[in-house]
Design a protein around this ligand. Structure first.
Ligand SMILES: Cc1cc2nc3c(=O)[nH]c(=O)nc-3n(C[C@H](O)[C@H](O)[C@H](O)COP(=O)(O)OP(=O)(O)OC[C@H]3O[C@@H](n4cnc5c(N)ncnc54)[C@H](O)[C@@H]3O)c2cc1C
Length: 311
């Protein structure tokens, strides 16, 4: 059994990723090295730690599961990181002591000239009432957390998998998926045709997105046009757009679950993109914490032998 095979998913809403192949994922101890504000809503936390020498991000939208301590504790304490026993031990902890498990994206992994490994994670700060957002907002150098992350670069938590022959990409991301979209754009070969819609809360969340791709990016800024229902605003922008002419387009969609469902419907039904060429992931859901999404995922798995969909 591997670290995530016990039923805890590496990405909350994505119960299909609960059983990656042996040794693809394991625990890592991460220490905050520094933080940097990137925009109104984004805080980059750069982590280091000796165990990162075994960390192997697959790039693109590589995700990992973070274990963040309750507000009254400085560091994450887990009773076990043994692959067979950690999950039961973590679940058995008293509520007020149990670290929360949250899904995040590896924005970048790099080796410094001195040979140390570093990992950047870009957190959306969406308020002090939510554990992960609160933790990030208060993160200081030296804080230690735990993560279940990739030990091999080819792993199931890299969802961006365009089939061979793909001749254009269509991307939609809200702010939680912007780090993943940015990491995808980082890696695309020169000339790749991309039509992208990125939705962010504030104008200064429109981060620079270096890429060699031929990317046509439309920003949807929520502070403008306030009052419109968020999904409707995204659909309006998509409907107004001309997509690149393509034989084999691939769509990658990630963000708030309700919006993602609507955008998927749009690209499949109104844009006739083959549903098998659409990768869609609900990164969070309005009104539901990640615990609630996990509880649904467990219930879905218990009711069916089939892994549940990503929303
Ligand atoms: C594969 C994957 C990769 C992800 N990568 C990133 C990433 O790189 N950066 C990132 O910031 N997030 C990322 N997320 C989303 C992140 O896991 C969720 O936003 C998570 O709910 C945050 O935990 P929390 O403790 O702050 O809020 P929770 O306790 O889970 O939720 C509390 C409340 O806040 C709401 N909420 C959650 N997120 C937001 C938000 N962003 N804005 C407004 N309300 C919100 C919920 O609907 C709920 O009502 C990713 C999710 C997945 C599945």
């Amino acid at each position: 059994m591997t670290a995530t095979a016990s039923g805890a998913t590496a990405s909350g809403a994505t119960a299909s990723d609960t059983a990656p192949a042996a040794a693809h994922f394991r625990f890592f101890a991460l220490e905050v090295l520094r933080t940097r504000r990137l925009g109104h809503s984004f805080l980059r936390v750069t982590f280091g730690g000796e165990s990162l020498s075994g960390f192997r991000s697959g790039g693109y939208d590589q995700s990992l599961s973070l274990f963040l301590p309750p507000a009254h504790q400085e560091h994450t304490v887990l009773p076990s990181t043994d692959e067979d026993t950690w999950f039961a031990a973590w679940r058995a902890m008293p509520d007020e002591e149990r670290p929360v498990m949250r899904s995040y994206t590896v924005r970048e992994q790099r080796r410094t000239p001195g040979g140390a490994d570093e990992v950047d994670i870009d957190f959306v700060l969406h308020g002090d009432a939510s554990p992960a957002s609160q933790w990030a907002g208060r993160a200081v150098t030296g804080r230690r957390i735990m993560a279940i992350g990739p030990a091999v670069a080819e792993n199931k938590s890299v969802r961006f998998q365009p089939p061979a022959g793909t001749d254009a990409l269509l991307m939609y991301a809200d702010e939680t998926a912007l780090p993943a979209a940015a990491a995808i754009l980082d890696r695309l070969p020169a000339g790749t045709r991309v039509a992208a819609w990125f939705e962010v809360p504030h104008a200064d969340d429109r981060l620079a997105l270096p890429t060699l791709a031929d990317a046509d990016i439309t920003w949807i800024v929520r502070e403008r046009g306030a009052g419109k229902e968020r999904t409707e605003r995204v659909l309006e922008a998509l409907r107004a757009a001309e997509l690149p002419v393509a034989e084999a387009p691939y769509a990658w969609l990630a963000g708030e679950a309700g919006t993602i469902r609507a955008v998927r419907r749009h690209v499949v039904q109104e844009r006739s993109i083959d549903r098998r060429a659409v990768r869609f992931t609900g990164y969070w859901r309005l009104g539901a914490s990640e615990e609630e999404l996990l509880a649904e995922a467990y219930a879905g798995q218990a009711a069916s032998e089939e892994p549940s969909s990503e929303l």
